[in-house]
Design a protein. Structure first.
Length: 283
């Protein structure tokens, strides 16, 4: 395990902007990720399949756009965020509430190994420091402090990810929250964040726009779109805005099929719908 101090050039400039930044950081892995643009993706440990799949998809999309995903390697949303970034062969940083040589929770042993090899394990606590309950809220300031944007995917009313969101707001960073069913306890915290002023995450590409990213390269489209999605995208390129019925006519597919494909493409941030029409997302 290696160490950097706040006086060294490898120390992340964005983290140094927060009031109580750690004077030293211990790490395993690719320390160069601290110089990359970062977005934190966080949420509850206890979650639903919707939350887990969205954390994975959001993080995968960010990694495809060369944004490093930061999270806390906890079970639930955090683990899915790291996994999504790794699936896209992107960068991910796990900020731990214990020494970087300790795996907590134990079930993430394999995930930690993958992050050590392909990402970065980071902690302000020296090697051998066991996990303590009060370390985790403290480490959350690092998660938000490294990140230009903090995304809360799914949070219960008492979720620790709400602490991260509060810290991000105090640090002057943007907070996004994924809307969820209002009758589910798993979404109480994230929905409350939106009520209090967090940006509602309607499309994955909202985050890209928040970072000032525009458009998609042909390589990005190749990696993002399936063959069927590419057919719909090319129809929209050729014809401009189209209704679902129009797409069905030219693609020779049923409305139920096209609707499901468009819904996936919309979440990927490739297209958006308005007034009964489907449009290519802004370039």
């Amino acid at each position: 395990m290696e160490k950097i101090t706040s006086g060294q050039p490898q120390y992340p400039a964005l983290l140094k902007e927060i009031r109580d930044y750690p004077k030293e950081l211990f790490y395993i892995g690719n320390v160069k990720l601290l110089q990359e643009r970062c977005v934190s993706v966080v949420g509850s440990r206890t979650t639903t399949q919707y939350g887990r799949s969205m954390a994975f998809a959001i993080s995968k999309r960010l990694a495809q756009r060369r944004i490093t995903v930061v999270s806390g390697m906890a079970r639930g949303i955090d683990s899915c965020a790291h996994q999504g970034a790794l699936r896209a062969d992107g960068g991910t940083i796990a900020v731990l509430g214990c020494g970087g040589d300790i795996c907590y929770p134990k079930e993430n042993t394999q995930l930690k190994k993958q992050i050590e090899e392909r990402g970065l394990i980071l902690s302000e606590y020296p090697p051998g420091t066991p996990p303590e309950k009060y370390y985790f809220p403290q480490r959350n300031r690092i998660i938000s402090g490294l990140s230009e944007i903090t995304v809360v995917v799914q949070a219960r009313n008492n979720s620790g990810s709400l602490i991260t969101a509060d810290l991000a707001a105090e640090q002057g960073r943007e907070v996004y929250a994924l809307p969820g069913n209002i009758d589910s306890e798993y979404n109480l915290g994230s929905n409350k964040l939106i009520k209090e002023g967090a940006v509602p995450l309607i499309s994955v590409e909202d985050i890209g726009e928040g970072l000032g990213l525009r458009g998609f390269s042909s390589q990005e489209l190749e990696s993002i779109l399936s063959t069927s999605e590419r057919q719909i995208y090319e129809l929209l390129e050729d014809h401009g805005e189209m209704s679902v019925d129009d797409i069905c006519f030219f693609a020779g597919k049923k409305p139920s099929y096209i609707n499901s494909m468009v819904a996936v493409m919309e979440m990927k941030g490739i297209v958006f719908s308005a007034l009964g029409k489907i449009f290519i997302a802004k370039e």
